[in-house]
Design a protein around this ligand. Structure first.
Ligand SMILES: [Fe+2]
Length: 375
């Protein structure tokens, strides 16, 4: 390790020489300055020191003034004041002002070395501590950056996972379509209608995604209904009707264990409830029915009326709208009906056209739900 460098400042040459030799013998490298101004000039010339040992009383710039000038520019260099006993109050003031310590004249070599070593040790600890802190800060910064990268990766994976969930839902929906060929594209259209209304209501994107999934899967419980009932051409007997009505709970049971469908499955469970409490299966009323189900109810009716049925042709939008207005407050939530009536008719036609042209072209849920919910 290179020897510490000490700047000795004193206007008495004899004292400078004594201090110089005492320190040099002990292995320090020393330079001398005969005044505060000379010391400052040395520092400003780029000379570096680990310690300044300065006389307090000097002509011109004294020790206090030198301390003032160095503490801001060279805060890491400790300053030790050398002073006579009668100047001790000034020396104490210097310490308050930032000097490391003071040394009373006359002094023994051991006293000088002790104070010098203490000052240097103190400086070393401060420097090390600061380096440690800086290192710690850069470690924290590096770790934070690393965590952010990890988080981005996790977010990406989650979004991919969600996408593949949606593709799975698509497959589930297709499976149901094969079993219950009610009207082609019905699930996709009611989902698009439901999402359009949820958007018009100003719901947040995440809630719209949940509602969209609920709408898409609303009849998934029909997978559990025997074909003899599901595909029966004529009217159902009361017993068959009771079994048919189980599809809400069956769908709920199928989906509730899937973590990202826990909210959507409530919509599935409640999609046949009526606002006035006369629906099924739980006869929920008003706000007891999840908002998504209350929105879905309108979408379902609108699509049913505007679609061909084996026993009648598709009816115009106005028939669907009139039916919804007629049943407002009974089957439908009047607040949702209000929002529905603010949506221009062309939207429903456009959505229908769009879905019908895409039914077998690309997966509904992963693309449409995302773009519709986010836009
Ligand atoms: Fe249903």
């Amino acid at each position: 390790m290179p020897a510490d460098r000490i700047l000795i400042v004193d206007d008495e040459e004899a004292i400078r020489e004594i201090v110089h030799s005492m320190l040099t013998i002990s292995g320090f490298r020393c330079q001398q300055a005969a005044s505060g101004a000379e010391a400052l000039a040395l520092l400003e010339s780029g000379e570096e020191f680990e310690l300044i040992l300065t006389d307090l009383m000097m002509g011109g710039m004294d020790g206090i003034a030198l301390l003032e000038r160095t503490k801001e520019k060279y805060p890491d260099v400790p300053v030790v004041m050398v002073t006579a006993v009668h100047d001790i109050s000034v020396a104490l003031a210097a310490i308050r002002n930032g000097a490391y310590d003071y040394l009373l004249k006359p002094f023994e070599r051991e006293q000088l070395l002790a104070i010098v070593r203490r000052a240097l040790e103190n400086r070393r600890l401060k420097t090390e501590n600061r380096a440690y802190q800086m290192n710690l800060e850069s470690l924290v910064a590096a770790r934070t950056a690393q965590l952010e990268t990890e988080k981005k990766k996790v977010d990406q994976t989650l979004s991919q996972l969600e996408q593949s969930y949606d593709i799975t839902l698509e497959a589930l929906g297709d499976a149901l379509d094969l079993k219950d060929a009610e009207t082609e594209g019905h699930s996709k259209r009611v989902t698009a209608y439901t999402i359009a209304m949820a958007r018009a209501m100003g719901l947040p994107g995440e809630q719209i995604r949940v509602i969209g999934r609920g709408a898409f899967l609303h009849d998934i419980g029909k997978m559990a209904i025997p074909d003899s009932i599901l595909r029966k051409p004529g009217p159902l007997t009361p017993d068959e009707m009771a079994i048919m009505k189980e599809h809400c709970y069956r769908g709920y049971q199928m989906l509730r264990k899937i973590p990202f469908l826990t909210e959507a499955c409530e919509i599935v469970y409640s999609h046949q409830e009526f606002y006035d409490g006369t629906g099924y299966p739980r006869k929920l009323k008003g706000a007891e029915i999840p908002l998504g189900s209350r929105i879905f109810a309108l979408a379902d009716t609108l699509d049913a009326i505007m679609s061909d049925r084996p026993y009648r042709a598709a009816q115009p939008f106005s028939a669907g709208r009139d039916e919804i207005v007629k049943w407002s407050g009974r089957q439908f939530d009047p607040e949702v009906v209000k929002v529905f009536l603010t949506i221009p008719e062309s939207i429903w036609h456009d959505l229908r056209k769009e879905i019908d042209s895409q039914v077998y072209r690309y997966p509904y849920t992963s693309k449409l739900a995302r773009t519709t919910a986010n836009s």
